[in-house]
Design a protein around this ligand. Structure first.
Ligand code: ATP
Ligand code: MG
Ligand code: FE
Length: 348
């Protein structure tokens, strides 16, 4: 079954073609980051309008790259939420209009299920059950996954998401958005041990997270260093970046270890933008090695928002017979454990 996947939940337009027999055929991504940079954050109306401009040309682009035509598409998956309502509506409208014109099924997909399943696009995908750490710009969650749609929430952030904390720390260090990769690059030059940051909520039982305190700790550290040095030296900025990154990575690792112990699972999947972080991957692999467990993740471009993950997640559900009614589905807030379950995925 040939599925067109459409992602427009925020500031990235993502389109992909996934075939349930032959795997991923083509994908394209356009990031609006430069457009929103002048405003210091994503402007929802500008995001929607740019999705309108980019989406159909990008659909034609992936079809051309895959050597297919619109008539070959057998189903369409689009991100139905969570996300910016106007941006979601663009993807949903295009998906439903195309589906109606072509006479093929259409399905709204959960953005976080897309992230969660992105590692399935890689070689040696994880088998069920597994523990998943979802770490993105808006979410930090530990989920037990028994199958597609069989999700048990084990823990989540009570305040900021890990990616959000990276972005805010980046701003304090004078770095641009998205902050995660920039903080990570700066931390490469950092001196281990010069600053020691807390590991929030690791001293008590449970699998919830909190990252807002780390943000305050970073700000206080920056202010104290400014008092001493005036303008921060590059070395001090790198040292703070490393201390911050190590604190986030350690905290995530400790909770993942706890989740593996608690569930008895020996497979850990990490997904979402922060799962691209090299220090996080290394730390989790080291921990998993000691527990005879394995860590799975997607290639970096499929950790952040993309169309391939939506095409994949939608393909599993469309192939199982799920589809939208006539109405476009757009849900700004949507808990992932509200999703229906399906049987084993049909992968390539
Ligand atoms: P959500 O998926 O929760 O709705 P989102 O779509 O904005 O949020 P993603 O696209 O999955 O989030 O990820 C973006 C986030 O990942 C940003 O906060 C970014 O700073 C962070 N990120 C990306 N690469 C890295 C990295 N190498 N290290 C740390 N953080 C990173
Ligand atoms: Mg984004
Ligand atoms: Fe995302």
């Amino acid at each position: 079954m040939l599925i067109l996947g459409i992602e427009t939940s925020c500031d990235e337009t993502g389109v992909a073609l996934y075939d349930t027999e032959h795997g991923l055929l083509a994908h394209a991504l356009f990031s609006q980051i430069d457009m929103h940079a002048d405003y210091g954050g994503v402007v929802p109306e500008l995001a929607s309008r740019d999705h309108v401009r980019k989406l159909l040309p990008m659909c034609d682009q992936v079809l051309e790259r895959a050597g297919r035509t619109r008539g070959d598409i057998e189903g369409i998956a689009y991100t139905a939420g969570p996300g910016l309502i106007g941006a979601l509506m663009v993807g949903g409208s295009v998906a439903h209009a195309l589906g109606f014109a072509l006479g093929i099924p259409v399905l709204g997909v959960h953005h976080m299920e897309g992230h969660l399943l992105a590692p399935m696009l890689e070689e040696n995908p994880p088998a069920f059950p597994f523990v998943a750490l979802l770490v993105s710009g808006g979410h930090t969650q530990l989920v037990r996954v028994d199958g597609i749609g069989a999700y048990e929430m084990l823990g989540e952030s009570v305040d900021d998401a890990a990616g959000e904390a990276f972005d805010k720390a980046a701003k304090m260090l004078g770095l641009d958005y998205p902050g995660g990769p920039r903080v990570a690059a700066l931390a490469e030059q950092g001196t281990p041990g010069r600053y020691k940051f807390p590991r929030p909520m690791t001293d008590r039982p449970g699998l919830d997270f909190s990252f807002s305190g780390l943000k305050t700790f970073t700000l206080n550290t920056v202010h104290a260093a400014q008092k001493e040095e005036g303008t921060l030296s590059d070395q001090t900025r790198a040292d703070i970046a490393l201390a911050f990154e190590s604190a986030v990575v350690d905290t995530l690792m400790i909770k993942c270890r706890r989740a593996l112990e608690q569930t008895g699972c020996d497979r850990l999947v990490i997904a979402g933008g922060v799962s691209a972080n090299r220090r996080l991957r290394a730390s989790l692999e080291k921990m998993a090695g000691k527990h005879d467990a394995h860590v799975f993740y997607a290639r970096p471009e499929f950790c952040t928002d993309n169309g391939a993950m939506i095409a994949y997640a939608g393909a599993q559900r469309l192939a199982a017979g799920q589809r939208d009614g006539e109405r476009i589905v757009a849900v700004p807030r949507w808990p992932m454990n509200a999703l229906p379950a399906i049987d084993e995925p049909r992968s390539s």
